[in-house]
Design a protein around this ligand. Structure first.
Ligand code: SF4
Length: 366
């Protein structure tokens, strides 16, 4: 089962200097110095992560839902158990089994049957591994699997079946990935992904960022994370200082699918991220029953702009086993984007894309 369940503290990842990679160390990044390597007190976000809801019965009790919903969720969860941090739960409507945020995290019986063509690794990422822990699908950039853990389990996730442990989302994998990046000057941008890379604690993140910026051929670091949305307390002052200390602005791609995900706490987290001079973008997945209507997509773009994030991508869902019930027909998706273009300025309209294995970039749909 992957992504891995969130641990009750930040996941282990040994990011000590890697042979073959120039050593800058975290002291090279303002915010990386003076850290305490010992086991310090848990930060608020780590405590919130430990307190995430993992039991469907508890989820239903908290939301005032019928126990039969929990029974179905238990049957359907399989190897990808329910995981919902409470700040995300707090954004859901009470008593509504069709709440669009709940639908993203609640296992349904529909997951147990998949039509032909819905597979474990729809993007063939296992075949795109350039080294353990490093996926290289496109020229100029590579994706470092910093951890297999997430703070939330999104039922539509295209990596829900990805065998992170076998493919280097580990300390040894990270070391191998850094060596491979240092050995390939064509890699100008390193994308931290996972799992969720911000589940590394600040010390480990400082170590990792320090090792990446020490590679002279790397000019940009991009971070893909859902934490500012589902666990906004993760945006600590130290994290902001780490990003602010990078030699070039970080690109942070958050992941919000519905305007209701972006409440005041999330807005404050995004504001803090922006104070690091990071470039803030959003990617969303178009999901049946969640955000496949014009009012919701309009609301999402409006809300993103209001909190300071540019809508970047709207992905058609990848065909991973157990997620067919989220699929949106391409013609409907194109119609929605056309309607959005009529209502919003161009920069407010995300690019509708699909990932196709073997293509040189994401494929724009229009
Ligand atoms: S969509 Fe992102 S945050 Fe959600 S389970 Fe997948 S990797 Fe984790």
């Amino acid at each position: 089962m992957t992504p891995e369940s969130a641990p009750e503290s930040a996941p282990e990842s040994t990011l000590e200097s890697t042979p073959g990679v120039p050593t800058a160390g975290p002291e090279a990044i303002p915010g990386g110095e003076g850290r305490d390597r010992g086991p310090g007190p848990r930060e608020r976000w780590q405590a919130e992560l430990a307190a995430a809801v993992r039991d469907p019965g508890e989820l239903c009790r908290l939301l005032g839902l019928d126990a039969s919903v929990a029974a179905e969720a238990r049957r359907a969860a399989g190897g990808f158990p329910l995981l919902v941090p409470r700040p995300f739960l707090a954004r859901m409507a009470h008593g509504d089994p069709d709440d669009p945020l709940l639908r993203q995290v609640l296992p349904l019986g529909a997951e147990l049957s998949s039509p032909p063509g819905w597979v474990a690794d729809p993007l063939e990422e296992a075949a795109a591994l350039a080294a353990p822990g490093l996926v290289k699908k496109y020229d100029g950039r590579a994706l470092l699997l910093a951890t297999g853990a997430c703070a939330v389990h999104c039922r539509y996730c295209f990596r829900r079946e990805f065998p992170y442990a076998d493919h280097g989302a580990s300390s040894a994998g990270t070391a191998a990935a850094l060596r491979a990046i240092a050995a390939d000057p064509s890699i100008r941008e390193v994308i931290l992904s996972g799992g969720d890379p911000l589940l590394l604690d600040d010390d480990r993140l400082a170590d990792l960022l320090g090792q990446i910026v020490a590679i002279p051929t790397v000019g940009r670091i991009r971070i893909h994370t859902r934490l500012p949305v589902v666990l906004p307390s993760r945006v600590t002052r130290r994290l902001v200082a780490l990003l602010a200390g990078l030699p070039a602005p970080a690109v942070v791609v958050i992941h919000a699918n519905h305007p209701a995900e972006l409440g005041p706490e999330q807005a404050a987290a995004v504001r803090d991220l922006a104070s690091s001079r990071a470039i803030l973008l959003n990617q969303a997945v178009l999901l049946a029953g969640v955000n496949d209507t014009l009012p919701v997509l309009l609301g999402l773009s409006e809300r993103l702009l209001a909190v300071g994030v540019l809508p970047y991508y709207l992905h058609l869902p990848d065909r991973v086993v157990g997620t067919a019930h989220f699929d949106v027909p391409e013609a409907k998706a194109v119609g929605l984007i056309d309607s959005l273009r009529q209502k919003l300025s161009g920069y407010c309209v995300p690019r509708l894309v699909r990932e196709v294995p073997g293509e040189a970039s994401k494929v724009s749909i229009s």
